[in-house]
Write a protein that binds this ligand. Sequence first.
Ligand SMILES: C[S@@+](CC[C@H](N)C(=O)[O-])C[C@H]1O[C@@H](n2cnc3c(N)ncnc32)[C@H](O)[C@@H]1O
Length: 261
Amino acid sequence: MRTGLTRGGREIHLDGEVYTHTLASLHLALKPASYFEIGTLHGATLRLATCPAVAVDPTFQLAAELVGGRPNWRLFETTSDAFFAEHDLKALLGGPVGLAFLDGMHQFDFLLRDFINTERACDGASVVLMHDGLPRDTAMTGAADATSASRFPGYWTGDVWKLIPILRRWRPDLAVAGLDAQPTGLIAVTDLDPDSRVLSDNYDAIIAEWTPVSLAAYGLDRLFDEAQVVPARDWRRRFGPEEAPNEPIGWKRRLRHLLPV
Ligand SMILES: C[S@@+](CC[C@H](N)C(=O)[O-])C[C@H]1O[C@@H](n2cnc3c(N)ncnc32)[C@H](O)[C@@H]1O
């Protein structure tokens, strides 16, 4: 299968559609009954939801017009750990998660907890997308203030890439795909099982094993081989052929240093 993926030594180029286009088209095709988001910032991804939604971020920076007229949206200005400690996500959504986008703290231990907690509110039809799982060089995975060594300074993916090998090893029952969405990929997970306790029961061992591992040591090529990257467009079309309109130009301008020339 052709993917928008080219490799050139220490850098990998993703040529798929922009991740917000994947999300926007997925909303149209999947028509999820509910949307859950961790990490909202300005709302570029939350604004794509037309269904009832729950969003969590300790520091929302939303435009006022985004939330007006959305009575079935609930925003929680707190960390995801505090949110899950205090709330029942499934009850808030009135049923299982339809579509989730996990894009909060870009540290793998945070994302692993976010995934574990989100899956408990899922069912077999839920779709979970996680952002930034396919870093394009190793410098973007280091300390947030060290990305100047990257060809993409200021763009910090953190080490959430570790979710790919972790889920492949511990949860072979899940369908996990790496999507070539620009700029730094998506991890798509389906066949979710809210009753599985494999990750939570082994959480401490997983954290101990993976905390010392760097992407430089693990290998960028090895990660992309394990991710089994597929075109985001093909993956989402299993849910329907609907296409969102193209992204506004402003968004592409903001990402221009990461998009193909
Ligand atoms: C990359 S931004 C999200 C961008 C947005 N999803 C988009 O695509 O435009 C990451 C967000 O995660 C939030 N965040 C950081 N730590 C968090 C935590 N512990 N729980 C939930 N959100 C967190 C930050 O405040 C920030 O707004």
